[in-house]
Design a protein. Sequence first.
Length: 234
Amino acid sequence: MNPTPLPPGQRLHHSMPRFGMTTYASRFPTELERIALSIGGEVEKPVTLTGALADLPRTTQISDFHCVTSWSVQSLTWSGYRFSDLYHHLILPVAKPKPAADFVTFTAQDGYRTSLPLEDLLADNVMIADQLNGKPLTVAHGAPVRLVAPSHYGYKSPKHLCGIDFWRNSFNFRPWYLRWMVHPRGRVALEERGRGAPGWFFRVLFRPMIASTSRTFDRQLQQYNQRKGEQDSP
Ligand SMILES: Nc1nc2c(c(=O)[nH]1)N[C@H]1C(S)=C(S)[C@@H](COP(=O)(O)O)O[C@H]1N2
Ligand SMILES: [Mo]
């Protein structure tokens, strides 16, 4: 039984896999506990926010999560801070982005990058989350903090978030040969999976890769946990 209907072309997945482009399967964050967000780009004063986040009102939301490859999971409980609160209470008064800097790029500790228009990020359901289903985020799902943008495909929700940069226009940071794969907005309801072809094309292209990608991510996590275990034991 689905509590809410799935968006076009999505299929229900039993649980949330550790997932992404396989290049990132073997990359892990180095800082798992301390939250540090560097705010930069076209701002008056670049800053690194650490403890300040805790002064924002804590919020909890239940939302579904949709990967562009077509798997979806429903009813995840995220806890953390609204992006709009972070923007209005910490970024605007302290870093002071230039008024026209309405395009935002994100950097993650594993090297992952993604972007969204500021307008989309100020929606009520966009969060900087530090908890999933009542527990601190694990390495698998984005420790210590990740963005959660439930109306957008999963690739717009960077895990292990460490940098937020503001730009004047659709500053393009991707090599040209990858640009067709990413949509500037990536809204799930409109099936904006990528930019060079219709939504169904990406769905058909990506769907066969789900199982093997998720296995690769799992295997790399197991190896990482094993290395950690060896390091931690005397
Ligand atoms: N840092 C980072 N963030 C990332 C990714 C990644 O590989 N690295 N993959 C993206 C993709 S494609 C998806 S579907 C979701 C998956 O989130 P999950 O691993 O918590 O399920 O994270 C997104 N954010
Ligand atoms: Mo994804």
